[in-house]
Design a protein around this ligand. Structure first.
Ligand code: MN3
Length: 230
């Protein structure tokens, strides 16, 4: 109990410090604090079936993603955190042990919103244009990229994410644990697949790599990924 009180005081103090930093980036101090909201899914909950079932989406989006939004709002309520953008909160609490709860929930809100956009019904296949050229130059071939992406997903120990990111003129595959996100590491996220068990267990049980293969073959939204290239 004593720990919880100290922790709360720390979070509030950190929020005050963060608000000071935010003044530079948010000029309009009269902007009222607003609760973070669960963004609308870009497709119907059952539109990704059979690769991701409507049942999985109802829990993953409706319970897990909503839960992160609710937790973030509870942590931010009445603190200067509520005046920051989601991206500012993720970047300013990254790596700060005393802000871990805020970071975890804020990053998971951002990661899931990015994940839903990384997919579309009848997606998958291969990208075209500059994105395909960058994948080929970075990984040797599209097939080599797929193999490496699936292997990275399988190698992530425990909960986490596998990402395609852009670093300069090259693309890289990175995996992050728990809520960690390229947004916290100044990397440009291009595409992601959630490899927490809640993302696939109802549909694939322990077959995580089958899930990630289906993500690449049937769901990946390469148009969204291409739009993010710098
Ligand atoms: Mn998830």
């Amino acid at each position: 109990m004593k720990l919880q009180i100290n922790r709360r005081a720390f979070v509030v103090n950190s929020a005050v410090a963060l608000a000071g930093m935010a003044v530079e980036t948010k000029a309009d101090a009269s902007t009222p604090p607003q609760a973070f909201k669960l963004p609308a899914l870009p497709y119907a909950q059952d539109a990704l079936a059979p690769h991701i079932s409507g049942q999985t989406m109802s829990f993953h989006y409706g319970k897990h993603h909503q839960g992160y939004v609710n937790n973030l709002n509870k942590l931010a309520a009445g603190t200067p955190l509520a005046t920051l953008t989601l991206e500012q909160i993720v970047q300013q609490t990254a790596g700060a042990a005393e802000g871990a709860a805020v970071f975890n929930n804020a990053a998971q809100v951002w990661n899931h919103s990015f994940f839903w956009q990384s997919m579309k019904p009848n997606g998958g296949g291969q990208p075209t244009g500059r994105l395909m050229e960058l994948i080929t130059s970075s990984f040797g071939s599209f097939e080599a990229f797929k193999t490496a992406f699936i292997a990275a997903a399988g190698a992530q120990f425990g909960s986490g994410w596998v990402w395609l990111v852009q670093e300069g003129a090259a693309l890289r595959i990175v995996k992050t644990a728990n809520a960690d996100t390229p947004l916290a590491h100044k990397q440009i996220a291009i595409l992601t697949c959630d490899v927490w068990e809640h993302a696939y267990y109802l549909d694939y049980q322990n077959r995580r790599t089958d899930f990630v293969a289906a993500f690449l073959e049937h769901l990946a939204n390469w148009g969204f990924a291409a739009s993010l290239l710098k």
